[in-house]
Design a protein around this ligand. Sequence first.
Ligand code: AMP
Length: 281
Amino acid sequence: MAKSMMIVHTLEELFPARRLLDGPVGLVPTMGFLHAGHISLVQQAKSECKSVVVSIFVNPTQFGPNEDLASYPRNIERDLHLLEEAGVDIVWMPTPEVMYPAGYQTWVEVESLTRPLEGSMRPGHFRGVTTVVAKLFNATRPDRAYFGQKDAQQAAVIRQMARDLSYALEIVICPILREADGLAMSSRNTYLNPEQRQAAPVLYRSLLAARAAYEQGERSAEKLCQMVKDVLSTEPQAQLQYVSCADYNTLAELENVSGKALISMAVFVGKTRLIDNIVLG
Ligand code: AMP
C-alpha cells in the first residue's frame, strides 16, 4: 500500500516528519493553484528521489505593493488531491506567521543577476524569492530542489544563491509545460477572460518566430527582439512590457548571439502580466 501523504503547517510538525523520510529527498516549492507544469516537477522529483516534499506558500515578500498578492488564486483542496495522486510524501503549507514571525529581520539577496529583466520591473521581488527559498531549503534540507524554466531568471538566481551560500543540494531545472496552443501553463492564466485566453498564445508564437530566424542564421539580438515585437503587434490585446535577448548564464543583454542565449519577455494581456521565454543555442 502507498504511504499516506502528511500535511504539515508549523515547523514543529515539519521537522519530525522530515526526519522520518528516506533520502534522497526532493523539494518542489510552489505557490499552489497547481497545474500540470507543477506536477511535472513533482514527477521529475519522484523519478530521482526516494521522498518528495512539496511546499505551498504564497510568499507575500515577493509581491510588490501593486501586484496580485490578495487576488492570487488558491484551491488547496484540489492541490492536495493532485499531490496525493502524484505520490508526494509531505506537503508543507506554512502560514505567513510561520515564515515571517513578528520581529523578522533577515534577508537573502543575490546581486547582479537580479538587476535586469524581472528584477528591473519588480523591485524587491527576487529578495523575497531568495529569502523564502533559502528558508524552505533550511527547513526541509532537500538533496535536490526542482524549479521550472518558465521562471528563467528565478532559476538562474536560485542556482547562484545555492552556490554562493554553499547549500549541499542540487538545483534541477525542468522544461516549460505548455497548453496545446503553446501558452505556457501558469496559475495566473486563470485571470484571463475567454478573448484574452485566445490572444495569449501570441507570446509563444513570437518566441517561435525568433527561434526560426535564429535557426536560419540570424544572430543580431536586436533583430531577434524585433521579430518578437512584430508578431506581438499583430495581437491588439497584447502589450509588451519588455523583450530581452541575453546571455543564458549572466543574463547580460547581447548584441550578437554566439553561445547559449535566453529570449525572455513580459507581456500584459489585459491586466494580467504573463512571462515566457525560449533558449537558443
Ligand atoms: P509557482 O507556483 O508559480 O511559484 O511555480 C512553482 C514552480 O513551478 C516554479 O519553479 C515554476 O517555475 C514552476 N512552473 C510554473 N509554471 C510552469 C510550467 N508551465 N512548466 C514548468 N514549470 C512551471
